[in-house]
Design a protein around this ligand. Structure first.
Ligand code: XMP
Ligand code: MG
Length: 185
């Protein structure tokens, strides 16, 4: 599939599964199964986080509920501006809940920083972040992230939910794109 478009496999399916299990165990320790705030509420950021979100929910040994948000940041297709618009908001009130934002990737951090500020105004009991991937060299703002799967080089990646022009989300691994795909050399 996608013959020739993927330059290299950065993180294999097996590595993702092992890391998800590891993160799930760490996260579960922070939230008692019978917390007075109710079940942990996972807030997934569409669409990139869906694969990680469902695998994480299955790996978590505590009951969780799921909500989704879709945000779009103004900017080019491969870099974000920090100006964010809500395309789909949460269906439910999160006041008094333990909320865990589930992200696919933190690049500049601008989208997440905005999202955290936005959700914190809704008075959750707690608000933390888990992200599968982070590009430390691309960070442009400080944002507190409780759990990070993998720190990766500052390269555009696809697969396991991540897309380029809506393609490649269905790959079971994380890979880098051959520059020819986006009109490079
Ligand atoms: P910021 O820069 O605000 O952006 O942290 C985070 C969002 O940008 C997208 N993004 C990527 N998507 N491969 C992708 O498919 C990448 O390498 C990549 N880097 C950033 C993604 O939507 C993320 O939530
Ligand atoms: Mg995203």
């Amino acid at each position: 599939m996608y013959e020739g478009d993927i330059a290299s496999v950065l993180i294999t399916e097996e590595q993702i599964a092992a890391k998800t299990q590891e993160l799930a165990e760490l996260i579960a320790k922070r939230y008692p199964a019978d917390a007075p705030e109710g079940d942990l509420l996972l807030v997934g950021v569409l669409k990139g986080a869906i694969f990680f979100m469902t695998d994480l929910a299955k790996a978590l040994p505590i009951p969780t509920q799921m909500e989704f948000m879709a945000v779009s940041s103004y900017g080019s297709s491969t870099s974000s501006s920090g100006v964010v618009r809500i395309m789909k908001d949460l269906d439910k009130d999160i006041a008094g809940r333990n909320v865990l934002i589930v992200e696919d990737i933190i690049d500049s951090g601008l989208t997440l920083s905005w999202l955290k500020r936005n959700l914190s105004t809704r008075n959750p009991a707690s608000l933390e972040v888990v992200t599968l991937l982070r590009k430390p060299d691309a960070l442009r703002t400080h944002v507190e992230v409780a759990h990070v799967g993998f720190d990766i080089p500052n390269e555009f990646v696809v697969g396991y939910g991540l897309d380029y022009a809506e393609r490649y989300r269905d790959l079971p691994y994380i890979g880098t794109l051959d520059p020819k795909v986006y009109g490079g050399a």
